[in-house]
Design a protein around this ligand. Structure first.
Ligand code: HEM
Length: 203
């Protein structure tokens, strides 16, 4: 349950936080969503709905960069990326004894200026994902044969939710957006509360 639900919902909480803080990002995302060839009347048909949803999210470049940037800045499952050495080894001059537990420091990698510049890695900037990066620079889902098994499902789920939400609503900062945010380490690394306002777009 923690791997399947807590992760995706927490990542979406961070997504709404960043959308509330960056109206220009929200507008770009809504512009991409508004161009999608989706007829809302078709949503009553289950088969059409399934086909359109998958098809939609696969072709959304800005959405992909947006979600990637959310997970770069908030690698919510950093603490589970661990490996135990099965034999004595040396990595970059560091001796690692058999049985040692090694924890990946994903935050340092995701906020590294050389890997993620020239734009400040502490700034939310989806377009940085247009540039090809080092294959190990982006680790929200871990790496190697034991990387997240639910990655593709999680990405599709998040993108579909964002399409449906942002098609109808805009997200504005709520009263306590910053003061209640307070990131905490629980089952995943999560904000305490995300205060946003949903405003119907047709209003
Ligand atoms: C945004 C959403 C998610 C994030 C950021 C995330 C992240 C991670 C990370 C970092 C790992 C450890 C990978 C490693 O050690 O290299 C992992 C493992 C795992 N994840 Fe996810 N995950 C997400 C969603 C999901 C979903 C939706 C499912 C299931 C439907 C899932 C199932 C699993 C499982 C079963 C493992 C263990 C894989 C193994 O040990 O072989 N995850 N995830």
């Amino acid at each position: 349950m923690a791997a399947g639900y807590e992760t995706t919902s927490t990542a979406l909480a961070y997504a709404t936080y960043e959308l509330a803080r960056h109206p220009e990002v929200l507008h770009k995302l809504q512009a991409e969503i508004d161009q999608l060839p989706l007829d809302n009347d078709d949503m009553s048909n289950e088969e059409t709905k399934k086909y359109l949803d998958y098809d939609i999210v696969a072709q959304m470049n800005y959405m992909d960069m947006f979600v990637s940037e959310v997970l770069r800045m908030y690698p919510i499952a950093n603490t589970v990326i661990q490996r135990r050495a099965s034999e004595d080894t040396v990595v970059q001059g560091i001796q690692i004894k058999k049985g040692t537990l090694v924890q990946a420091d994903v935050y340092s990698v995701h906020y590294d200026r050389e890997l993620w510049g020239p734009e400040d890695p502490y700034v939310f900037f989806p377009e940085r994902h247009q540039t090809k990066r080092h294959p190990m620079a982006y680790l929200p889902f871990g790496a190697g044969p034991r990387h997240c098994i639910g990655m593709r499902f999680a990405l599709i789920e998040m993108k579909i939710l964002l399409v449906r939400l942002l098609r109808e609503y805009s997200i504005l900062p709520g009263e306590h957006l910053e003061s209640k945010f307070n990131i905490r380490e629980r089952a995943v690394i999560t904000p305490e509360e995300v205060w946003v306002k949903l405003v119907k777009r047709s209003d």
